[in-house]
Design a protein around this ligand. Structure first.
Ligand code: 6GU
Length: 296
């Protein structure tokens, strides 16, 4: 077991909150280690329960640590209906059902400044487009902060930092997040100055609002929470976890319309298959995303 205060082996850094008994001692990331480990070890650290940190053995050095996770994500939105479906299927649904992830969508209009539900107004200085007023957002943030202390208050905005796997990894280790979805021309700058701790964009294009971006962010984070994915679907094998794109994949039938599955995948030799996949990943990355290899 890793004891609090003891030095954590560098290769222990990963996608996991590592606990001694209850106390979090380590949260930094080194996804490279975990991808490398995953390659050699068919059983990376596995499932967890909500209030029962699971004792997990590091496959590389056989040290034990407690791995724990339970995350709450609150989302402020003027279009809460838009956020229902993305979190009610597949992996995120499973994460919620397992109690590993709680998502609460709060309609911003409940903090509107008048009985008409007003939350936006014309912008000072003129120009088309409305701006979300500070009062409803401040009231919402302050009200929600009474229940929870947020690790990050994230504003989804096209002028934010571009979301990358590394950021999702880091956020997946947090306990409580508050996401603010902007609309129209965005939110009053004073809210950003006063409350927001992180601003994220999901790419260089403009969406009509922050809701779909928030859904993307929640999906990217939710699947990384330890215990959400099982060994087979482990996020450790994802594209980008080691700055490599995923290799091509095939399923039955072995021959389809004259096109065959690469023989090596049918060979039954796990070592050869692993080498082939790694080579394919490298080749794909070189061809499609050489920028990912530049930082190596
Ligand atoms: Cl986070 N919001 C909006 N409105 N548009 C975006 C975005 C966010 N990220 C990329 N485009």
């Amino acid at each position: 077991m890793v004891r609090s205060g003891s030095k954590v082996p560098a290769h222990f850094e990963g996608l996991y909150n590592i606990y001694t008994a209850e106390r979090l001692i380590f949260t930094r990331l080194a996804s490279k280690f975990f991808s490398a480990t995953a390659r050699h070890n068919p059983h990376p650290p596995a499932s967890l329960a909500r209030d029962r940190p699971v004792r997990s053995r590091c496959p590389k050095c056989a040290i034990y640590a407690y791995v724990c996770s339970m995350m709450t994500i609150d989302i402020l939105s003027v279009l809460p209906e838009l956020m229902e479906s993305p979190f009610s299927h597949s992996i995120l649904k499973r994460a919620r059902d397992k109690g590993l992830l709680e998502i609460r969508v709060h309609p911003l209009r409940q903090w509107a400044v008048n009985e008409y539900g007003q939350v936006d107004d014309y912008q000072y200085g003129g120009g088309a487009g409305m701006v979300m007023m500070p009062e409803p957002l401040a009231a919402a943030i302050e009200s929600l902060s009474k229940d929870r202390s947020y690790d990050e208050i994230i504003y989804l905005t096209p002028d934010g930092r571009r979301l990358e796997q590394r950021i999702a990894n880091g956020l997946s280790l947090k306990g409580n997040l508050l996401l603010i979805c902007g609309h129209y021309k965005g939110i009053d700058q004073r809210i950003r100055d006063r409350y927001v701790t992180m601003e994220l964009s999901i790419g260089d294009y403009v969406l009509s609002g922050g809701e779909l971006a928030a859904a993307v962010l929640v999906d990217a984070i939710g699947r990384l929470i330890p215990g959400v994915l099982n060994d087979e679907t482990s996020a450790l094998f994802d594209s980008f976890q080691d700055n490599l794109l995923a290799p091509p994949v095939y399923t039955r039938p072995a021959e389809w319309r004259g096109m065959t599955v690469p023989g090596i995948l049918l060979s039954g030799d796990p070592r050869k298959i692993e080498d082939w996949r790694h080579e394919q990943s490298l080749q794909r990355t070189r061809e499609r995303r050489p920028d990912l290899l530049e930082g190596e």
